[in-house]
Design a protein around this ligand. Structure first.
Ligand SMILES: Nc1nc2c(ncn2[C@@H]2O[C@H](COP(=O)(O)OP(=O)(O)OP(=O)(O)O)[C@@H](O)[C@H]2O)c(=O)[nH]1
Ligand SMILES: [Mg+2]
Length: 328
């Protein structure tokens, strides 16, 4: 099935306005919904790979074939290996369930739990899970260092160990592991960044009070206005990113963590011209444990977004994190 542009119209924006930003893709399984694939900022329209096409099947077959030989020489990107990064801080109640569900949904994936010395013993539990299944490994850090640095550590692990792509997801069961195959399909079909999006048609949020919805939606609106982003859920933490695209981000220059980190990475990739797909997901409020989202994290994200917006207009040489020229 080939990518379908719905008459040049973005089905997410106001229906009456013509939008040049979005190409609508039909995913190979209708149950997965629709992915909105952005064109690179300021660039020519980029056609994503044909979804579920012979081309991508051939590519996968080729990757599979060569995986054996190349995996012998560790540290090199090979095959179609996916690393699911699970940052944890006090997620003992849900970690076992999330790990089991991820492995059931994507048996070929590997998991890296990045725990920051959780006082509730999440790190010890992670070690036990790793002892039971060779697909699970653990990175234990000496103290709470923030979500952003946990992901950066996971990215470094993925690069060193030759993974093709990484998955970012919460360990609190808010992101449904059963939706991972849909996100990975969009990644295999050409998206360098796949965002599991709540604020697109088909996306849902279950159990959030009005103020949380408001923070999340306002965050995306502010980012779109300040940064000129065309994404509809730029703060979402459920994502798939191609390691090749991660290597184009100067991770040492990442300025934020928390929501700000998600915005910074997505916006940097958008500016670089990375093909991006937003796939609708259902987000479920955590059933146990406590949120690490604080007013401070929201304020940091807001401050940085406004700062980047200012730099975009008046000091573009000081924009964060991107390396290399945009891909046209
Ligand atoms: N390693 C590590 N993980 C963290 C840190 N802060 C948060 N996390 C984890 O990152 C994920 C996202 O944090 P959450 O508290 O779920 O943040 P949120 O998704 O914005 O908010 P809720 O889902 O409402 O709780 C969870 O798996 C946390 O355990 C940190 O400093 N270090
Ligand atoms: Mg969460």
């Amino acid at each position: 099935m080939s990518p379908v542009r719905s008459g040049g119209r973005c089905t997410v924006c106001t229906p009456s306005r013509r939008c040049q930003n979005v190409t609508t893709l039909k995913l190979s399984k209708p149950s997965l919904g629709v992915a909105y694939a952005l064109r690179p900022a300021g660039g020519h329209p980029r056609r994503l790979g044909r979804v579920g096409s012979e081309g991508s099947e051939r590519r996968r077959a080729h990757d599979g074939e060569s995986r054996g030989e190349r995996s012998e020489r560790g540290g090199e990107r090979h095959g179609d290996r996916t690393l699911v990064i699970l940052p944890t801080y006090n997620e003992r109640a849900t970690l076992s369930e999330v790990v089991a569900r991820v492995l059931a949904a994507v048996p070929e994936a590997e998991l890296l739990i990045v725990d920051d010395a959780s006082p509730d013993g999440t790190g010890e539990l992670a070690e036990q899970l790793a002892g039971r299944d060779p697909r699970v490994s653990v990175l234990r850090r000496p103290g709470k260092q923030g979500l952003g640095t946990a992901y950066v550590a996971g990215f470094a692990h993925a690069t060193t160990h030759g993974f093709r792509r990484v998955v970012e997801m919460d360990a609190d069961a808010s992101h449904l592991p059963e939706e991972l195959p849909g996100l990975l399909t969009a990644a295999r079909d050409g998206a360098g960044l796949v965002i599991g999006a709540r604020w697109v048609p088909g996306g849902r949020v279950i159990g959030w009070p009005r103020y949380r919805r408001c923070i999340s939606r306002t965050g995306t609106r502010v980012a779109r206005a300040a940064l000129g982003s065309r994404l509809h859920d730029i703060t979402s933490g459920f994502r798939v990113i191609d390691v090749g695209w991660i290597s184009r981000i100067d991770l040492h220059r990442i300025e934020s963590e928390g929501y700000g980190f998600q915005v910074e990475v997505a916006w940097t990739l958008e500016r670089l011209g990375c093909p991006i797909a937003e796939v609708p997901i259902t987000f479920v409020e955590r059933a146990s444990g406590r949120s690490k989202m604080t007013l401070g994290i929201v304020a940091e994200a807001l401050r940085l977004v406004l700062l980047w917006g200012w730099r975009l207009r008046f000091a573009p040489h000081r924009l964060p994190a991107a390396t290399g020229a945009p891909v046209r």
